[in-house]
Structure formats: structure tokens, C-alpha cells
Unconditional design. Structure first.
Length: 117
């Protein structure tokens, strides 16, 4: 099982950008699918983006065209580049790891993103 640590959150004005990082421990990191999720106050956690071991990516409709997920297996890190941020992007962002064919099994502690209008 991998251990995950998110970083890069902060306060940004609408229209700005942030890059989140998800650093993982574990020698088999490159085989995992990594997902990004977020949870706004009073709302349920929602899917944001995902990247597989083969660099196949997927995005929620609400972030498509604005967010980009990438990975650097040499650094055991997955990134979420967030551009054109909107106040509705505010929330705690989590990364999670899943082995091929399995559900997400490891979660980070989250990093806060706040977008002011």
C-alpha cells in the first residue's frame, strides 16, 4: 500500500492558478491509478481527475479544459495543474491510489484550496 501526501494548496483569486502535488511512497507507485478528489464545505466528496499507470487521464466535466493531471514516476509524484480557478473550485483536495482493477485504497490527508471572487 502506498502512503500519499498532498501539498500546494492555498488562497488564490479567481482566474488564478495553483499546482497541487501528491507525493507517494512505495516502489510500485508507477503501477497505481491516482485520482484527485475534492470536498467543499457541506458537500460530498467529488471526483476531479485521474491518471492511470499508462498516463491515460480523465476529468470531471466541471474542470475539463482548466485542470491537467500528470505524473512523474521517477519522483513518485502526481500533479494537478489548476488554471482559471473559480470560487466553486474551493475545497479540500485529496489524492488517492488504486491498484489495477481495484478501488481506491490509500488516501492523503488533503490540502486546502480557497478561491476568492
Amino acid at each position: 500500500q502506498v502512503q500519499l501526501v498532498e501539498s500546494g494548496g492555498g488562497l488564490v483569486q479567481a482566474g488564478g492558478s495553483l499546482r497541487l502535488s501528491c507525493a507517494a511512497s512505495g516502489r510500485t507507485f508507477s503501477t497505481y491509478k491516482i485520482g484527485w478528489f475534492r470536498q467543499a464545505p457541506g458537500k460530498e466528496r467529488e471526483f476531479v481527475a485521474t491518471i492511470t499507470w499508462s498516463d491515460s487521464t480523465g476529468y470531471a466535466t466541471s474542470v475539463k479544459g482548466r485542470f491537467t493531471v500528470s505524473r512523474d514516476n521517477a519522483k513518485n509524484t502526481v500533479y494537478l495543474q489548476m488554471n482559471s480557478l473559480k470560487p466553486e473550485d474551493t475545497g479540500v483536495y485529496y489524492c488517492a491510489a488504486a491498484r489495477p482493477g481495484s478501488s481506491y485504497e490509500s488516501w492523503g490527508q488533503g490540502t486546502q484550496v480557497t478561491v476568492s471572487s
